[in-house]
Design a protein around this ligand. Sequence first.
Ligand code: ADP
Ligand code: MG
Ligand code: MG
Length: 248
Amino acid sequence: MMLIIDNLHATVADKPILKGLSLTINAGEVHAIMGPNGAGKSTLGYTLGGRPGYEVTGGTATFDGEDLFALEPHERAAAGLFLGFQYPVEIPGVSFVQFLRESLNAQRKSRGEEPLSGGEFLKLAREKAALLKLDMDMLKRPVNVGFSGGEKKRAEMVQMGILDPKLAILDETDSGLDIDALRIVGDGINAVMRRPDKAVLLITHYQRLLDYVKPDFVHVLAGGRIVRTGGAELALELEERGYEAVAA
Ligand code: ADP
Ligand code: MG
Ligand code: MG
């Protein structure tokens, strides 16, 4: 089992948000978490990633056999956890290539691996950029500065391809995308992550990304817990009938 979350309780600014959430994800699976605004979906992602301010007050999470909450955020990343967020940060003055190479080499160092040389890294970056149809010139520009919504997402998929995580948690990665960008993100997730040794947790408010990345399981998060689990058809039912009818 890749990720086992058992009875997780978490607070944000001393406010209880997650209240006994349990979820198990196996290698090879794609899970979607859906739920109304304010349900705690992003809180789940941030808590698993170890973002400051998100405090675990109960329960456990085991990632690839390790106690996830005992690891620092950078150790979680080095162990193979990738988090993609709704609002990618812009970093003026640092090119994407530099940023990606430093991120990858920091992770390799944490794992006791040698850093990639500039040449080795560029070869890898070209390969992943081609896979995700992102012009290499984009990666020479400052991180996300002046990128369109679609370009930011494509660049994020390239980042995911380069870091090669075991588990990707993608929070509202489909928000604000036009239909072409949505397809690119969907194809990107499938190309990089749809493999027997990897898993994906897609946090999404809408069903449409799930047309491209077909989930094995769909969970409804409400009131800080998973209140319902089903297959891909549950997402369609939610879209049709709304959260209140389905999660009640
Ligand atoms: P979702 O992603 O499902 O829309 P969130 O996890 O973002 O929900 O938010 C869950 C709840 O936590 C909301 O009630 C939200 O207002 C609250 N919350 C989130 N971040 C903070 C914060 N930094 N300070 C106080 N409350 C927060
Ligand atoms: Mg929110
Ligand atoms: Mg959210």
